[in-house]
Write a protein that binds this ligand. Structure first.
Ligand SMILES: [Zn+2]
Length: 457
């Protein structure tokens, strides 16, 4: 992107003119759509008269109607979050494009060489990617998380659609009609296995088994004591699926990520010793097989920079390498505070942003993207790699039986493949064949093995 007043005389150049209001935010969204997602170059100029954004190639022009940016410095309030969206499809050439409209009237008009899009895909994309909705809407669940039930995407039933990808395709189709000569960036759909290591082993040691069983007996929990004795005597730890997770990723030809915890003192933190012999050896195996180690910061780190840094440093000391990636425990996340903690701790990417309550596209997208801090009005170095599906969401929050869970996974995968995106899933090592998870192995197998149903040309 080049900001200049004397624009190129090349008639094939893409020239973008932006209004004064929300100019930083609009520039960020143009960078997302044009540079990062489509990989095309453009020149930008500021337009002090018009409130709309226009994109021109020679004498052809697309105007995107401004339906959101009313002031030079944007302000956000609860009443800026719409109650309703409209859904329709917009015709470009011979193809209909699905379109969810958050701001605007969901229309596209064309006359001769002029296109007018009355669906503010800049404001809509900004709404989804920056998650400002989660900061302005103060409702929280018992873990101080923004609940999926409060999200506009859930209330208006479009969490299963990566609408920012849909806008990218719509924009590209219009640019093609306008005769763009540039080729777009090539992408391929891929699967991204990730594993938060909350409880690496069921029994930390033989002593732990005796302690646990004695406690159950003292409370007269005979069934639990007997189950644990059976598990202990079998020699098969019901949480020890790390080897399987590595092999499965290797079969698919991809690298898996394992996010380890190094601290935490809340009752939601399982607290294993990162430096213990057993865990050190597990980490070494993962690294030797070419998989990736990241941080799983504990329950109270999402709003505590110092604690976050201590835990990060502990993992770095253990593995003797810099740690730059991971995911928050319990998916606890506060916008934009947690992103800032990651940025200030020199992390490169986070993969927390999926809802615990429901699988789908929390950020409205299945591509990695640079984070924007809507309060500071600036793009961060940090990348968000949105989480699309966690097994606990399907089973415990959405209460899906095996068949419904498989259907949901296959639909999400098929949607990701249409946009050549990243299907990022989280499967814990404690969620395989054990009490309460019977049959769910089939869902896991389908997550891995159902084919990407690519509809892209
Ligand atoms: Zn966790």
């Amino acid at each position: 992107m080049i900001l200049q007043e004397n624009l190129s005389s090349n008639s094939n150049a893409l020239i973008v003119s932006i209004p004064t209001n929300g100019s930083k935010e609009i520039q960020y969204m143009l960078r997302i759509y044009l540079e990062i997602f489509l990989g095309i170059s453009y020149q930008i100029s500021k337009n002090h008269q018009d409130q709309d954004t226009s994109l021109a190639i020679g004498d052809r022009e697309l105007t995107i109607r401004n339906a959101f940016w009313r002031k030079a410095t944007p302000e956000y309030s609860v009443k800026d979050i719409p109650q309703k969206v409209t859904k329709s499809s917009l015709q470009v050439g011979s193809k209909k494009h699905p379109s969810v409209c958050i701001y605007g009237n969901n229309q596209l008009a064309q006359q001769d060489k002029k296109w007018v899009l009355d669906n503010d895909i800049l404001a809509n994309g900004f709404f989804m990617l920056t998650r400002w909705e989660e900061s302005i809407n103060k409702v929280r669940d018992q873990h101080d998380r923004f609940p999926s039930s409060e999200a506009l995407a859930v209330k208006e039933n479009f969490l299963d659609r990566p609408i920012v990808n849909e806008y990218t395709e719509l924009l590209w189709a219009i640019l093609m009609e306008m005769g763009i000569k540039q080729a777009r960036k090539k992408r391929t759909a891929h699967i991204v296995p990730t594993h938060d290591v909350d409880m690496p082993y069921y029994f930390k040691s033989t002593g732990h088994y005796f302690k646990k069983t004695a406690w159950h007996l003292s409370k007269m929990h005979f069934k639990e004591a007997s189950t644990e004795t059976k598990v202990f005597l079998s020699g098969q730890d019901p949480y020890d699926y790390h080897e399987k997770q590595m092999s499965d990723a290797e079969i698919m030809g991809v690298q898996a990520s394992f996010f380890f915890m190094t601290g935490g003192s809340s009752k939601y933190d399982p607290a294993y010793q990162i430096g213990s012999k057993k865990i050190t050896s597990l980490i070494a195996q993962i690294q030797n097989r070419g998989h990736h180690i990241g941080l799983h910061p504990s329950y109270d780190t999402y709003n505590n920079l110092q604690l976050f840094r201590e835990e990060k440093q502990r993992l770095e000391e253990t593995i003797g390498n810099k740690i730059t990636t991971g995911r928050q425990h319990y998916l606890r996340f506060s916008i934009p505070e947690t992103w800032r903690i990651w940025e200030e701790s020199e992390m490169e990417w986070d993969s927390t942003l999926g809802y615990a309550g429901m699988a789908g596209f929390r950020c409205g997208v299945c591509y990695d993207f640079p984070v924007y801090d809507f309060q500071e009005r600036k793009e961060l170095n940090l990348i968000e790699q949105p989480l699309i599906m966690m097994e606990v969401s399907l089973k415990q929050y959405e209460n899906l039986g095996v068949n419904d869970a498989i259907k949901k996974v296959e639909k999400l995968k098929s949607t990701v493949s249409q946009y050549n995106g990243s299907f990022v899933y989280l499967w814990h090592n404690s969620s395989y064949e054990r009490e309460g998870w019977e049959g769910y192995n089939t869902v896991y197998e389908r997550t891995l093995n159902s084919k990407f149903d690519s509809l892209s040309s």
